[in-house]
Ligand binder design. Structure first.
Ligand code: SF4
Length: 236
């Protein structure tokens, strides 16, 4: 598949998702938040679900959590166009408390219903590295019953990318105070830096791998060595 064909297909999937009614979140959402950034990247971030600001704008990771993520990316020399970012569910999970509509974590059945959209995104992007922001994404991508306290920052093999790890969700970091906030923020920045380094390391490994004469077409990982992607992650 050429890059143009991939992008056209990606857009088609996004269009199809924009009218999805596979779960009850469709009843309360304002916008489907499919994802944002660069689908040609080797580095994908997956969060939990859209919040109030994302639901209102249709864009992922806007508001305070998005601003913190942008700062953490910038401290590692990256911008949104260096990554693709999406969520385990594409519509806002919410609940009404008194006269307020509040965010809530997605339910398992909602994540299960939405998984085919995430699967199609990952099948097309073929990332080398996935960063799961928070436990719901890590449960989906890495393994069930993921323990953030013990397993955050570790690398795992997954069927969705060569390597995946979990980092603190920026919204979780923002709930911390004082020293705890400083530590959680530093950990998010460090984990994003480690993910960038992992992409560079995997690209080097793939570039050094001898070509397989049996292969009729590039494997997803070889395919991911597109020069436009290489330019996003400079050698160190
Ligand atoms: S959360 Fe996912 S499965 Fe549910 S309606 Fe939205 S796009 Fe469809």
């Amino acid at each position: 598949m050429t890059q143009e064909e991939m992008l056209a297909q990606f857009e088609e999937v996004g269009k199809a998702a924009s009218t999805c009614t596979r779960c009850d979140l469709a009843l309360t959402r304002r916008n489907v938040v499919f994802g944002g950034g660069n689908p040609l990247t080797p580095l994908v971030f997956i969060g939990e679900g859209p919040g109030e600001n994302e639901d209102a704008t249709g864009q992922p990771f806007v508001g305070r959590a998005g601003a913190l993520l942008d700062k953490a990316l910038a401290e590692n020399g990256m911008k949104r166009e260096h990554i693709y970012i999406t969520n385990t569910v594409k519509c806002r999970p919410s609940l009404v408390e008194g006269n307020r509509v509040k965010n809530r974590p997605p339910r398992q059945e909602e994540m299960d219903a939405c998984r085919p959209w995430l699967q199609q995104q990952l099948d097309l992007i073929k990332p080398l590295v996935i960063v799961c922001l928070g436990a719901p994404a890590a449960n989906t991508i890495i393994h069930k019953n993921f323990k953030m306290t013990q397993e955050r920052g570790q690398w795992f093999d997954t069927p969705y990318a060569m390597k995946a790890m979990a980092a603190f969700h920026p919204a979780y970091v923002l709930r911390m105070k004082g020293e705890a906030y400083d530590k959680a923020r530093a950990s998010l920045v460090a984990d994003i830096g480690a993910a960038r380094k992992k992409v560079i390391e995997l690209k080097k490994q793939l570039a050094e791998r001898p070509p397989d004469p049996e292969a009729e077409q590039p494997t997803p990982k070889e395919d991911a060595q597109d020069p436009t992607q290489l330019s996003l992650f400079g050698e160190e």
